[in-house]
Design a protein around this ligand. Structure first.
Ligand code: CMP
Length: 140
């Protein structure tokens, strides 16, 4: 089915100047960018976005990292977009990510892991709505 997913190019990958290389992988895989913006997240925005992880031991470091520099946020659309995007990203921990995935190629650690992607349809809808009002999403 045609799905949408939320993708974030994190501060480490923006700093490495690989935005275009990552976008190219999305496009090659048939994922269409239907919304996009660059922003430097506030602490409140980052905490709100990762609210499900609030009780996890890594929450504070995660938020600090996500506000350490600008990010690029996009909504992607395509056949099986959520799983396809996760396949392109590779495992959360780049040491465990398969060769040729975004995290294997561009990430340094489980915190500085280059990209974020929604993990399921319900979270994708919530995450897209968190960053993009409907009028800023351009499907087809
Ligand atoms: P992301 O997909 O953005 O979702 C939550 C982030 O927390 C994850 O990528 C990692 O960058 C970070 N993180 C740090 N430690 C862990 C961990 N032990 N398990 C999962 N995520 C972690």
């Amino acid at each position: 089915a045609i799905e949408r997913t939320l993708s974030i190019i994190k501060p480490d990958a923006v700093a490495k100047n690989v935005i275009g290389q990552i976008y190219s992988r999305f496009e090659t895989a048939g994922l269409k960018i239907i919304a996009a913006r660059m922003t430097h997240l506030s602490r409140a925005e980052a905490e709100g976005f990762y609210a499900v992880h609030r009780e996890r031991p890594f929450f504070k470091d995660l938020v600090e990292f996500m506000i350490s520099g600008p990010v690029i946020i996009q909504a992607l659309e395509g056949e099986n977009a959520i799983a396809k995007h996760r396949d392109l990203m590779g495992a959360t921990d780049p040491k465990k990510a398969e060769k040729g995935t975004i995290r294997a190629d561009f990430a340094d650690s489980i915190d500085a892991n280059a990209v974020h992607g929604s993990d399921a349809a319900e979270t994708a809808a919530v995450e897209i709505a968190y960053f993009f009002p409907t009028l800023n999403v351009y499907s087809r």
